[in-house]
Design a protein. Structure first.
Length: 92
């Protein structure tokens, strides 16, 4: 009886850890395209509020993400916070 309880606890723990790690990995691979994202999506990025989101939209299109910094759309320190969360895919 005790073995069954311990086995169930182990299996439940394993499933919960697996589910949480899959969710975390999925969040990491979701990149925001600065050429197509709307203001609300851009504002989910760290340090990007209404003002910078609108500046990003107004400065489109971008061929590279670092143009946000070089064109002074956002401050360099803000760019450093988001550079791994964004892409600059061209629209067809």
């Amino acid at each position: 009886m005790m073995k069954k309880v311990l086995l169930r606890i182990f299996l439940i723990s394993f499933v919960l850890v697996f589910i949480s790690s899959v969710g975390f990995a999925a969040d990491e691979v979701t990149l925001i395209n600065i050429n197509s994202a709307n203001k609300e999506v851009l504002m989910t990025l760290p340090g990007i509020g209404d003002y910078y989101a609108q500046k990003i939209i107004n400065g489109r299109p971008y061929s590279k993400t670092d143009q946000l910094k070089s064109k002074k759309i956002i401050p360099a320190d803000t760019y450093e916070k988001i550079k791994d969360k964004i892409v600059a895919k061209q629209l067809s």
